[in-house]
Write a protein that binds this ligand. Sequence first.
Ligand code: GBH
Length: 472
Amino acid sequence: WRERARELGERIPAGFRVGVATAAFQIEGATHEGGRGESDWDVFTHQPGRILGGSNADVATDHYHRLGEDVRLMADLGVDSYRFSLAWPRIQPGGRGGGNHDGIAFYDRLIDELLAAGIRPMATLFHWDTPIELRGGWLSRDTAHRFADYAFLAAEAFGDRVESWVTINEPATVTLNGYALGVHAPGHTLLFDSLPAAHHQLLGHGLAVGALRDAGVVGRIGITNVHSPVEPAADGEEDGAFAALFDVIHNRVFADPVLLGRYPEAPEPFRELFGVFDEVDPDDLAVISAPLDFYGLNYYFPSRVAAGAGDADSPDGEAEAMRSLPFHLEPWPEFDRTGFGWPIAPDYLGVALGEMRDRYGDRLPPVVITEGGVSFPDAVAEGARPEDPVDDRARIEYLGDHIAAALDAVAPGGRAEGVDLQGYHVWSLLDNFEWAAGYTQRFGIVHVDFDTRDRAPKRSYGWLREVLGSRN
Ligand code: GBH
């Protein structure tokens, strides 16, 4: 594995940033400390039956109390960049008004320690923890304005040091899982009536870009969308129409307005479902399409879409919830699967990048892969021998293949030649609270014992350190 790590390291071009990623709610814990307010995820995780195993994130990985140790892990690893999120309810507990001193002090310390270790801070303003006092959450247009105020507060506090800002992480997942299917907070099952939550997040994104620019932040500004290349399960009209529909719902509703200043047209049979977008004020679209310095891409897997309700299960309940839709995702028989059952398909990362070039052309800013990674339920599934819980050879293969596929895709003659790809962030530094799946899926390159919260670097951590150290 060392040899392969070196080969990969030598291929990584100068200026390409390799980092690790986390999110506040998934790692911090200390939900009642430091003046933090309540978020919709706090409420959701304490409702019976929402989270696999009945767990919550009150302690999570206890990062709030182990910040120094976690920064040291990253410093020893040698990453260029750390992508984390600011908890809105820590900085502005009720979602409006002035800043919370202790919350700001916590991130001040994190950012200063990162800089002292030579690691670039990439701060995500919103990774799903909405202050509960913002009634209606993202169904309310007012939340977009509250979000811009919060962005301005964060900019005043950290704008002199944060190297990259991500406004919103995966508005598609928030809309689909949180508002359409109900498997994430706030747990609404509105199906297509969830689309206002998409528009308000995108508007909040655009307003936040304006707030960050007004505050004069020194860092670069972008958004993070999750892209899944879509294919119909079978040739023919039926699956084809639903595949086009899913591509619109999952990818284009969130990328087109940001990069092109307009919502996509829905495929003919479904046009009515997207009627709400016809009434959008053109001024909103001008705000949403504010120029960005980079585009954050999360890539996990491609989607094979077929007509008709499905009958699949998934550890996080996503697949069951999708049974209420008139289409479903089919397995890809040719690919191995992750602990979530997601297909392992590194080449489709190149397809995702290529589609972005084809669709957005000159409008596409430099791309930073803000997340990519793989979960397994336990050490044995990660590829380890039973006696060695940190031997995750399957993760090494996953990460190596995906980083290589991204580099191949943008190389001369590659599927996405011309895309200015500037980095890859591994999801995740730590095993953490995996939303609806609780602690049953491990994504970390560092193992966390959820009884003691002790950290133990896995083999993939050593592999990544070798990759980083082998760069020219
Ligand atoms: C990311 O979400 C998150 O940013 C991160 O917090 C999380 O821990 C990580 O991935 C791992 O889950 O089939 O249309 O219902 C990406 C998770 C899962 C989102 C699959 C889209 C399919 C949507 N993705 N999901 S759909």
